[in-house]
Each structure stands twice: as structure tokens, then as C-alpha cells.
Write a protein that binds this ligand. Structure first.
Ligand SMILES: [Zn+2]
Ligand SMILES: [Zn+2]
Length: 245
């Protein structure tokens, strides 16, 4: 197996002049999560942090000295790998212990350690999935429903969207309808059967998402959704207990 150059570990796509999506193309598709970098006037927002197999901090184009607000949508392994590389770490209070300790029971890291073909290219010579572990990243700011993050020219409101995990959050800019939904909703099979998931609570979140007025929703996995697509996925879950396949 070849070793990927560190500067090509992340793939990236410019979604808007101030918004970039990054992902890890050599990671098993089940663990290939979206990372978003939103450049604000006074501060940048980075949402989610991949597997931590290569430095995300080094891969990001951040103006030196500009504050970076690092927000984890939830504590699963595919979203928190490079969280510890950032100084100002935000996440929901319900998963505070998970971020601080990064234990398998909450991060589900063992699923990655045990999966066949965890990567298609090595992040470093002699890298082995069996040795994989996450670095603890205690939150420096606890988020709850109604909190907001100020980037100077944009304000993102925190929506608590539990069900997939207890502390799943979304971020919504109510001014322009930009919505980051984490793993609460995305294109693809939704996960409600892992430890920490709660289907009853997830249905309440889906009721909310089925009504939520957004312009565009960027999910934790897969391509972005317009409002109609997102609401249809939410209604599909409420009807069938399933996402888009
Ligand atoms: Zn997840
Ligand atoms: Zn995920």
C-alpha cells in the first residue's frame, strides 16, 4: 500500500467564497466525514475534525493570528480526530466527558480499529489501524441550545439535535439560512443503532428538522442538501425509520 503525501491527505472543495469542505478520501467510506472551514471577518469557524490521521491544522489555510473557533458536531471518532490541534474547542455539554476522555464507548473508535481496509493509502509509513487511538480534547466552551458563535459578519446559532448521539448539534445562520447539521441529518443511511443513540429522541429531532427553514444544509457526511431534500429526508425517517439510501 502506498503512503499518501501529508499535503494530499485531505481532499477539498470550495462551496462558497468563504466556505470550504474537506474530507479524507483514503479513509473507509463509513468513516469519511465532512470538515467545514468557514472564514468570517473576525474569526474562522472549523466544524469537525476528521480521523486525526494527518494534521488538519496544517492543512487549513488560516490567516496567521486570526482566531479559530473549533466546533465538534458530536464526539464520534470520524469527527474529532484533529480536535485537539485547536485551542478554542466548542461542543455540547452532554458530551463533555466524551471529548475529555475519548473513550471507545462514546467515540466508537473500536469500529475503525477493527474494520477491514480502514484506509486505501497509508497516512504514514508502517501505520496500522490496530494501533489507532484518539487524543483527548477537553472542551474549553460548553454549548447548549440557543448559544451563538460570532464570526463578526455572521452569527451561528446552536441547535441541540440529539438522537444520533446525546450531544449532537447543528449550527444555523438565521440571516442567510446556512445550516450545518452534523450527523443529525445528511444524505445516506442515518445511524440510530449505535451506543448512545436514542430513536425516540431522534424522532423529536426529525420533527424539528422536517419544519426547519434553511437555504442549504451541509451534513456530516455526503453532499449538501437544499431545504426540500433535507425536509424530505427527515420526513422519510419519521415515516420509515430510515434515511436516504
Ligand atoms: Zn456520528
Ligand atoms: Zn459521522
Amino acid at each position: 500500500m502506498t503512503v499518501a503525501l501529508s499535503d494530499t491527505w485531505f481532499a477539498r472543495e470550495r462551496l462558497a467564497p468563504d466556505l470550504t469542505r474537506l474530507w479524507e478520501p483514503f479513509v473507509h467510506s463509513f468513516f469519511q466525514a465532512n470538515i467545514f472551514h468557514l472564514r468570517g471577518r473576525d474569526a474562522d469557524l472549523v466544524l469537525d475534525f476528521g480521523m486525526g490521521l494527518a494534521s488538519l491544522r496544517d492543512a487549513l489555510d488560516v490567516t496567521p493570528g486570526k482566531p479559530v473557533l473549533a466546533v465538534a458536531s458530536h464526539g464520534h471518532v470520524d469527527h474529532v480526530g484533529s480536535f485537539h490541534e485547536f485551542e478554542r474547542r466548542f461542543g455540547h455539554a452532554a458530551e463533555q466527558a466524551a471529548f475529555a476522555e475519548m473513550r471507545d464507548g462514546e467515540t466508537l473508535a473500536a469500529l475503525f480499529r477493527d474494520i477491514d481496509e480502514a484506509v486505501t493509502q497509508l497516512p504514514a509509513p508502517a501505520w496500522r489501524a490496530a494501533d489507532f487511538s484518539l487524543t483527548p480534547a477537553p472542551l474549553t466552551t460548553l454549548l447548549t441550545e440557543g448559544d451563538s458563535l460570532d464570526l463578526g459578519n455572521a452569527r451561528l446559532h446552536v441547535l441541540h439535535l440529539p438522537g444520533h448521539s446525546p450531544g449532537s448539534i447543528g449550527l444555523l445562520d438565521e440571516h442567510d439560512g446556512l445550516f450545518f447539521s452534523g450527523d443529525a441529518i445528511y444524505r445516506g443511511g442515518l445511524v440510530d443503532d449505535v451506543p448512545g443513540a436514542d430513536r425516540t429522541v431522534y424522532r423529536q429531532t426529525m420533527e424539528r428538522l422536517a419544519q426547519l427553514d434553511v437555504a442549504v444544509a451541509h451534513g456530516g457526511h455526503g453532499a449538501s442538501m437544499d431545504r426540500a431534500t433535507m425536509q424530505a429526508i427527515a420526513r422519510g425517517y419519521l415515516r420509515d425509520g430510515d434515511g436516504e439510501r
